[in-house]
Design a protein around this ligand. Structure first.
Ligand code: SAH
Length: 464
């Protein structure tokens, strides 16, 4: 190990920055975040630095560097574009035993400023010892994506209770187990999902020995249209900590691959006309599993609140006072249209967009046809594969032009994506022998025409 990672307390202490350019300005910002008193030594200041002088604890000495500027400093950063000045600063600081960093000159530094992930009070610092700063920054980005934004608030909450917990458990191992349960269990989850008051109350109760550290809960998670790259960070995190996963037919197998391996999987089906488990039974199943103390992942295709019956499921959970959280997902209309190269709105062709369902009721599609044939809009029809011929027929009967472009997309965003595009008059014939398989999404409107121009921009579907 070439260096020792340490975290320096700078609040109210003097940091001297030599240089007045853009790089110096970035360093000043960082030092300011750490609460330092900052003195910038430079004959002239970059506009941004000039503006920062109005902030408390930042002062400017308009002069060329001389060693006396370091008096009282606990840390020094040289960020000038003059190598000689940088060297002089480094030597002067070292002579006075003040830690010094010279930007982009590791040989002149006695300390390194790492790449940081800031979830204050939680901090992660990454350094390559000056060997490969770009690599360190890339690693930092990866860590950034792994740590939820609200981890800092979780750490701060733990800080509030640290002494109380220390008094309650004198044994270090018990304390560790307590905190692991807090961070990995529902209290941590409450915090990460923004329910801070409830989290504080639950933690308070737990420290007094009256609350539960393990209680079941339900995560109603949108799994997106198929490509696992379209999952949200939160969806992935919850998928990887669930005890049991209740999922539908719509969730792609690539997304299912990312559910925690040890989780029990319960398939509740739902394909057209053959509901494997009636909705009411699914609602009850979720309640039962949560009441057994499990972390239940209710994983749905797309977004749970768009034709996903998520509303009904949470109603039952609320009736039974089961804690839950809802994680939005990319709905089919968004994901599928962009992978198919069809923008849903466009300045010239569509100023609004309407999502509707084309599910057949007793063999007929019962929709608000006059609203669907308005011009200047895009209509996205979910669950419309079987009803397609009837949908095209009705749209024409209600005044839409037979030449109006329409596309149907099979299993969009996955390797199995197929797009068939045509007009209201032609598409039913094109689809007849095409053997399309559910799920399929229908997009109607002038925007479909843009596909030819834009398709090559579209992300390629997920690899299998
Ligand atoms: N909650 C889901 C929709 C459920 S309804 C969402 O927000 O996307 C089921 C319908 O969604 C399917 O019949 C189909 O029309 C559409 N759908 C979902 N995923 C799709 C995909 N990958 N490709 C095409 N259509 C899809």
């Amino acid at each position: 190990m070439e260096t020792l990672p340490i975290f320096l307390k700078l609040r109210q202490r003097l940091a001297v920055v030599i240089g007045g350019g853009e790089v110096a300005s970035r360093k000043v910002k960082l030092l300011h975040k750490a609460g330092a008193r900052i003195c910038v030594v430079a004959p002239e200041l970059h506009a941004e630095l000039e503006d920062m002088l109005s902030l408390a604890h930042i002062s400017h000495v308009a002069a060329v560097f001389s060693p006396q500027h370091l008096t009282g400093a606990v840390v020094v950063i040289a960020a000038t574009d003059n190598e000689d000045v940088n060297r002089e600063v480094s030597l002067a600081a070292q002579a006075a035993n003040i830690p010094v960093n010279v930007v982009d000159a590791p040989e002149l530094c006695t300390f390194i400023v790492p790449s940081i992930v800031d979830r204050s009070p939680l901090l992660v610092a990454v350094s390559s010892g000056g060997a490969a700063p770009v690599l360190a920054r890339m690693l930092r980005t990866r860590i950034e994506t792994m740590i939820p934004a609200s981890y800092g608030r979780l750490a701060a909450l733990a800080g509030e209770f640290r002494d109380v917990v220390k008094q309650r458990f004198s044994n270090g191992q018990q304390r560790r187990i307590f905190w692991e349960d807090v961070f990995q269990g529902p209290i941590g989850e409450l915090m990460l999902s923004g329910q801070e008051t409830q989290a504080r109350e639950a933690l308070q109760a737990a420290t007094m020995g009256s609350g539960e550290l393990h209680f079941g809960e339900v995560y109603l998670v949108g799994g997106g249209p198929g490509d696992p790259d379209l999952l949200t960070f939160r969806a992935l995190r919850l998928m990887q900590q669930a005890d049991v996963c209740v999922y539908d037919k719509l969730v792609s197998k690539e997304v299912m691959e990312l559910v925690r391996r040890d989780a029990e999987l319960i398939y509740v089906g739902k394909s057209r006309d053959q509901h494997t488990l009636p909705q009411e039974d699914i609602n009850q199943l979720l309640v039962r599993l949560a009441k057994e103390g499990k972390r239940v992942l209710r994983l749905k295709g797309g977004d749970p609140f768009i034709f996903g019956r998520g509303g009904e499921e949470i109603e039952t959970l609320m009736e039974h006072q089961v804690p839950f959280q809802v994680v939005p997902g990319i709905t089919a209309a968004n994901g599928v249209s962009s992978y198919a190269g069809i923008p849903l709105t466009h300045r010239d062709y569509a100023q609004s967009c309407l999502f509707t369902t084309g599910h057949l009721k007793d063999g007929s599609v019962d929709l608000d046809w006059p609203a669907l044939v308005r011009t200047g809009q895009t209509v996205v029809i979910y669950m419309g594969l079987v009803g397609l011929p009837e949908i095209c027929k009705q749209l024409i009967a209600h005044g839409a032009a037979p030449e109006l472009p329409i596309a149907i997309v099979q299993q969009g965003t996955t390797q199995r994506q197929r797009v068939v595009a045509g007009t209201l008059a032609s598409l039913p014939g094109q689809v007849e022998g095409a053997g399309l398989r559910a799920p399929c999404l229908i997009i109607v409107g002038e925007v479909v025409r843009l596909r030819e121009k834009l398709a090559w921009f579209a992300p390629s579907p997920a690899a299998e």
